[in-house]
Design a protein. Sequence first.
Length: 336
Amino acid sequence: MIIVLKKNIPEENLEQIKSTLISNGMSFDVLTGVNYTLIPVAGDLTTSDMGRFKAMPGIHKIIRISKPYFMVSKEFCDKSVIDLGDGVKIGEGLSFISGPCSVEGPDSLDKIAKFLSGLGVKILRGGTYKLRTSPYSFQGLGEQGLKILKDVSSRYGMKCISEIVDVRHLDLFLEYTDIIQVGARNMMNFSLLKEIGKVKKPVLLKRSLSATVDDFLSSAEYLMSEGNEKVILCERGIQTFDDITRSTVNIASIPVLKDLSHLPVVFDPSHSIGASKYVPVTAEAAVILGADGLMVETHYNPTNALSDGFQTINFDSFEKMHKKISRLSAFLNEKD
Ligand code: PEP
Ligand code: MN
């Protein structure tokens, strides 16, 4: 970091700053310029509370150079592939994750899984504990839903993913899912992240509606620093002043995340654009920008879906999108 001092500070302020840096084991220099005095500081800042320095008299501002995360960064590893077993991987080729917003029952999920697996989709999604804005909306089938998800996905040789909302359900998720999803609303639930970090199950972490890329990667660091290295990042749109779509589609962060981190990046067009009509084109754009996978809500009758029907695509639309994007992905991966 670089400390920029206020102009003409008393000598005792400078001495206090220097002795604090020395007592924290930092090495530094004091560079007196025409307008400002700068103190470039080197040392391990990962555990230092920057706020403590900011509050010291005589400091104008602090410029942080290193990022607050390391294990998720490119310096730690160049590229991660998350192996789900049976030849299913995320981070190698383009992965499709699809299914209904919520598991609605065994027959309806069977119909959806049969269709998706017929197209070669290997990962089935389905919410079981739903975080709904209204307490009167469908809340999900809970444990029963997880059992249905496991049962149906195994029947079609698929892997499955569902969102955890409560740390008390962790054992159930370990038993019934192949990937634990942490939703946008829980991206900053650090106690939940720490517990999931202690297990070895792959985890798909969604970006919060109001998180910066640094916040997002810091949450992924929570998982990795506890020992879980099987982390998948998922962009799902952010909240801005613009309300023309459900969220603001933020696909520009895909290449940025892939530059900053070795973790695979999946994109969710359904929750970001929020309207089935625009899901395929948004998904195409995300693939062009380098997404390693897509998570799309699909249902045979979106109008009757128990949640998120408006943004859920039907079988016909999924099939067309899948065909076009598979060709697009092959084209993008052609060696020139
Ligand atoms: C979901 O994928 O079902 C979901 C609720 O997504 P998000 O957390 O991105 O809103
Ligand atoms: Mn949904």
